[in-house]
Write a protein that binds this ligand. Structure first.
Ligand SMILES: *[C@@H]1O[C@H](CO)[C@@H](O)[C@H](O)[C@H]1NC(C)=O
Length: 98
């Protein structure tokens, strides 16, 4: 996943994380298909930070909440794919801002 800063924001009711996903669709059937209209994705979060946030190998605390949601894959497609993909900067730090 390569983040797109200009498509990433948070406000009082929504958050948006926009990213270029390369090689996300696998031919082995373990992911959704490009032709799928929707897919179910899961999430988990905690209010406690990892032991060492700067270290990607840091231990995580058990999540406080989890769930799943249906993603509208058909609605996520864009005729402006090339323009969006050009905004994805590898290694770019993305901050959620109101
Ligand atoms: C947050 O952003 C979404 C998407 O642009 C918008 O529909 C919604 O009204 C916004 N909420 C607030 C409280 O501004």
């Amino acid at each position: 996943m390569t983040p797109i800063a200009s498509g990433t924001y948070v406000n009082a009711t929504h958050y948006s994380y926009t990213f270029l996903c390369k090689a996300c669709i696998l031919a082995d059937g373990t992911t959704f298909k490009a032709s799928d209209a929707t897919d179910t994705l899961g999430f988990a979060f905690s209010t406690a930070a990892p032991a060492t946030p700067a270290n990607h190998a840091s231990a995580l605390v058990h999540h406080a909440s989890d769930g799943h949601f249906t993603a509208n894959i058909a609605g996520a497609k864009s005729a402006k794919y090339d323009a969006w993909a050009a905004l994805a900067v590898p290694g770019q730090a993305v901050t959620f801002r109101a």
